[in-house]
Design a protein around this ligand. Sequence first.
Ligand code: HEC
Ligand code: HEC
Length: 530
Amino acid sequence: MSMASFAASWRLLALMTLGALAATPAVAALSPAGAALLQAKCAGCHEARADGSLERIAEARRSPEGWEMTVGRMSLIHKVQLDDGTRRTLVKVLSDAYGLAPSEALPWRYLPERRPGGAEHFENQLVGDTCARCHSYARIALQRRSEADWLRLSNFHVGQYPSIEIQSNGRDRNWWEIASRQVPPLLAKLYPLDSPAWARWQAQTWVKPGGNWRVVGHRPGWGDYEGVATITETAADEYTMTMELRYADGRSEKASGRAILYTGYEWRASLRQGDQDVRQVFTLSEDGSHLQGRWYLRDVDTLGGDLAATRLAGTPAVLAVNPEYLKAGVAQQLEIHGTGLTGPVDLGQGVRVLRELRRSAETVVVEARPGANAAVGQRTVKVGETAAGDLLTVYRRIDSLRLEPDRGLARIGDNGGALATQPAQFEAVGYIGGKGGKTLQRIGVFPAQWSFANANANARTYRDASFAGRLEPSGLFVPAAAGPNPKRKFGTNNTGDLTVTAAVADGKRRIKAAAPLIVTVQRWVDPPLR
Ligand code: HEC
Ligand code: HEC
């Protein structure tokens, strides 16, 4: 399944959920037990306001990771004594009462999901220029505050980090003037404390994710996978999950672990998957019918995959097609994955279904061949009455190639140190069109031959390509060991400034694409939201 189709289905979910429900005033839903916990742990410093809610705490809303950071700071800086269990309960209580609506968190999911690569988009340039120099913009956009509280945040920054005005290029402007006068009203407008979306989400009954699920996904470097999952509620908003995954290349994995659901939709799980520990950062759709997001290896978050789950007993659906493309004139085996699949397979005009090889309600395998002159582009895949429009592309030739991610970041590590190396996984994605201003149409991921070289004169001087790491046939760049290297010029460490190139064969043609790759040092301070 392509990233593009994940993004498309997200947009669809977002559109579907922007209902026309009337706004009701936001009344924070603290349970009596939750209120008592805040009273016991926080009210010593945070005074009760007229309505009984606590100063500062009720004046902002955050993601679960945002609350984790704030509560962590209360312990770290203000010496609030909390054991691990109490801290976890606090994060849950606070995220449920003072969280974000699904639509508020939606554009910024890449941050908690720890999606590798890509540059951030600043929703507001002045806020970005003033505030997103030490940490991400998304850390800010994943909060909602009153204007007074946004101002207090600027005050906190200067109080806690007095050198803020002169570090991180802060001297290029009158930082404090901007941060205290211009930024708070802007942020209060962009990311306000009270919103119709949050009022509506609080008024809504939150659906629980327990049940049986059909799973499809893509793991860069490994390929597509599909399977089933079972989710069981063990205590309020606490779950166990088991999964069985089958990869397109024949590999399979079992997974099992535990999850917590925050704010009615923020799914955070820790599982043992195959022989690795993974974390899931998923979102439950507002109607409880879809669970979707990214998972990553606990110690190496650059590696992981996308996952989309649909209720097994829900409306029949075509969810994934593997491979995601057919070449015109070539007969190929095609796996169609979904739920409740019955009826004949139809791949549209000019694509013949030659024979059916295997069938169940969850998977239909056929052999298909687009005619040599079949129209190129996306195809609707139909199984009986069930159809999906963005899962299969017919192509005649790969017109251009791009790498995903379009810029890579890897980190040296290991070598007896505390931190593992952080590899970078690339994929080569083929496109139709692009020349002469024609829009690009994504075909899918193609097997490629990988190589890398020094990116510039400085890298050549230091011979970065000889020291910074190696590339595996799957497009995985594995960085070299941390620490000074006596074999390098000035005994420097194994960092590097590289260019990674993929070459894909399309018949007799070879198409190439390149992307920059920075191999840098370890990230010693790694907060929940970067
Ligand atoms: C020992 C005193 C003390 C206790 C107890 C305390 N806090 Fe705070 N809190 C502070 C101070 C001082 C600030 C302002 C400086 C800062 O933001 O760190 C603050 C700020 C905050 C803020 C605003 C942070 C921001 O990002 O602007 C929140 C939210 C908060 N506290 C939540 C809590 C919660 C939840 C608890 C209970 C678990 C708690 N505090 C317990 C002293 C305390
Ligand atoms: C000089 C570097 C720097 C700049 C510039 C900066 N920040 Fe921060 N910011 C930090 C650090 C460090 C923290 C972590 C504080 C902690 O939790 O201990 C932080 C934390 C935060 C948090 C999370 C706070 C919480 O606990 O809820 C938000 C939100 C935030 N910053 C917003 C902003 C905004 C808005 C601006 C611009 C007005 C800004 N930052 C500018 C360094 C910076």
